[in-house]
Design a protein. Structure first.
Length: 89
């Protein structure tokens, strides 16, 4: 249940993420919304959402920022994070 909820809310917030794409069934890639990745190359995307056991996590390979799915969504859209918390728990 929680994986489908995480995936659903990630797709809901994906419109705010540049170069968002699905790499594998449980791996998503996009430009980091916090560091912006490279200023020289607008096509670089080092932000990843990945599955670990029964949860999704965010990690940027450029600035080393890492968040749980709730914290990641909360930083991008607080109203959506409230809905996520209700749905998840």
């Amino acid at each position: 249940m929680s994986l489908s909820t995480d995936r659903s809310f990630l797709l809901r917030v994906s419109y705010k993420l540049k170069n968002f794409k699905q790499i594998k069934p449980d791996l998503y890639n996009f430009r980091c919304p916090f560091c912006g990745d490279s200023k020289k190359n607008q096509h670089k995307a080092r932000g990843y959402v990945y599955r670990k056991k029964n949860d999704y996590f965010y990690k940027c390979q450029n600035c080393s920022v890492g968040y749980t799915m709730y914290n990641f969504i909360n930083l991008l859209d607080t109203n959506l994070a409230k809905d996520y918390a209700l749905e998840r728990f």
